[in-house]
Design a protein around this ligand. Structure first.
Ligand code: SF4
Length: 525
């Protein structure tokens, strides 16, 4: 067996490669083998789910003190043009997003423009702020208060004090490492003239965010002149910080696109194979649970291939605002994204700006003032709550988001755990298993059961009512069972799981919550 094959076997078994073994992957050209292992790891950690965040993009300022050679976002001050969005402009964009059911306000902006431009300093003074970060904190607080959107802030390199200040008004923060190759900051490199792209400065910010318990987004930009080994080194730096703090909620693998009007307009772009290779390697380095993301608008014709390479997230997608960083590449319509995701055998699922794991541990990761709001916006699994209906509400339950085997996959993610009391049956996802479940939670029918899967717990305690939760309810006598909706409503949502097209074998092959074989057909119990 080759060294790579043995390493990949170990990775597939859940043993992440050491730094040395990871660096050796730079010479691995077996893309199919890398993708197969990466996809299996992703399935173990995320099942059928591929998530996205419904967001609105707020470019607070496009001034930046840096001069990255591929950037079309940053621009110098223009006569007659404000350096910053005014508070009412910020609010108008955010409100448009809220009206379109967005949950996230993504603040992306240039890095410390006040250190370079007098226009920035003067306008900040007029706005009553001494720094861009100060104005950003005020803007995030405004959006949160007036629209309820959850801010995610992306202001570039930050100090520990700035991170702490932003933590109080946002649910997550982000800073792409892009590359850990110092040489790219030297003359001739894409980051020459961009002091904030010094890898040490960026890593220091990412570490400070970990120390402050901030759910954090980072990642790498590929194709700007770095070598494969340098990509792996950058990922290893991020992995080291994540192992220390546990704060990285997603790793973005972004591909460079050459843009007219930039110094790198003629620079070759990374191939799709190169992108897939990097996605797969990132998945193998970080393992099953990490969220690995690729922006869908930068590789529009290859979404299924990206899923096959191990991603589980598309990042932020806006139905309202363009991608101001890549305006020439519009985000796909959400329907199209859902279709492409389904074509790859997955379910598109909306998440919040903060990932489910951090929602679940909100006391540790989310500022106290935001915890209740986040909790109300989250469903039973920590994803975005996308409907107004709740047990007892006077509105009909929403239609099933998906049908047939894919819905059953979702069900599998909810029913794989035995009830906490340790008694009772594990539940399989075929019809017989559902009947077993129904027997155990008498007075509800299957359509009712499944409309509860992603809704908050009626006891107000905050735990979600999933199928597993209904089993918990049975085990905890102080939790009353929720009242079933009227019969007419039940019939309206007649459950798609009556579809017998999923076989017990299919159910057995699924992994649930990272534990292969947690779902069992009654015949195997
Ligand atoms: S730091 Fe960001 S906004 Fe500034 S020039 Fe570089 S890529 Fe553009």
């Amino acid at each position: 067996m080759s060294g790579f094959a043995a390493m990949l076997d170990r990775a597939a078994a859940g043993r992440a490669p050491s730094a040395e073994a990871a660096l050796a992957l730079a010479d691995c050209d077996d893309l199919a083998a890398l993708m197969e292992v990466a996809a299996a790891l992703r399935d173990r950690g995320h099942g059928a789910n591929v998530s996205y965040s419904r967001k609105v993009f707020i470019p607070l300022t496009r001034l930046c003190r840096d001069s990255c050679h591929y950037c079309t976002f940053a621009r110098p001050p223009r006569r007659g043009e404000a350096a910053y969005l005014a508070p009412e402009e910020v609010l108008a964009i955010a409100q448009a997003g809220a009206n379109a059911d967005c949950k996230e306000a993504l603040f992306t902006l240039g890095d410390r423009p006040e250190l370079r431009y007098r226009a920035a300093r003067e306008e900040l003074a007029r706005l009553g702020h001494g720094s861009t970060i100060s104005y950003l904190a005020a803007s995030a607080a405004l959006v949160l208060r007036e629209t309820g959107l959850l801010p995610h802030v992306n202001p570039g390199v930050m100090s520990a004090a700035e991170i702490a200040r932003l933590r109080a008004v946002s649910v997550s923060q982000g800073l792409m490492l892009e590359s850990a190759a110092e040489r790219l900051t030297r003359r001739g490199g894409p980051h020459f003239g961009s002091p904030d792209k010094a890898p040490a400065a960026r890593l220091a910010s990412i570490a400070a965010a970990g120390a402050a318990a901030v759910p954090f987004t980072s990642g790498i930009l590929i194709g700007i002149g770095e070598r494969r080994r340098e990509r792996i080194e950058a990922l290893l730096h991020l992995r080291t910080l994540h192992r220390r703090y546990g704060h990285l909620q997603e790793i973005i693998i972004q591909n460079f696109r050459a843009k007219p009007g930039t110094r790198m307009a003629q620079h070759s772009e990374p191939t799709l194979a190169d992108h897939l290779w990097t996605v797969a390697v990132a998945r193998i380095l970080f393992g099953a649970d990490m969220s690995i993301q690729a922006p869908p608008n930068l590789q529009a014709g290859a979404l299924e291939r990206l899923i096959a390479a191990g991603i589980n997230d598309w990042g932020g997608v806006s139905p309202v605002t363009p991608d101001h960083v890549n305006p020439e590449r519009p985000w796909p319509e959400l329907d199209a994204l859902a279709r492409a995701t389904a074509a790859a055998g997955k379910v598109l699922l909306e998440r919040l700006a903060v990932y489910p794991r951090f929602v679940e541990e909100k006391e540790r990761w989310i500022a106290p003032a935001l915890q209740g709001h986040v909790w109300r916006m989250a469903d039973a699994e920590g994803f975005a709550r996308t409907e107004a209906w709740a047990p007892g509400a006077q509105v009909p339950p929403p239609p099933m988001p998906v049908t047939g085997p894919l819905l059953l996959d979702r069900a599998a993610n909810s029913v794989g755990s035995p009830p906490p009391c340790g008694q009772g049956n594990r539940i399989c996802v075929n019809k017989t298993g559902i009947s077993l479940l129904l027997d155990s939670v008498r007075s509800v029918n299957d359509s009712y059961l499944f409309t509860h899967m992603r809704l908050p717990c009626p006891c107000g305690e905050g735990l979600g009512v999933g199928v597993a939760r209904l089993l918990q309810l049975r085990c905890q006598s102080h939790h009353p069972l929720p009242t079933p909706p009227p019969q007419g409503v039940r019939e309206q949502t007649e459950f798609a799981a009556r579809d017998d097209s999923i076989s017990p074998e299919h159910a057995l092959a699924r992994t649930t919550n990272g534990r292969r074989g947690a779902l069992r057909h009654p015949g195997n119990m």
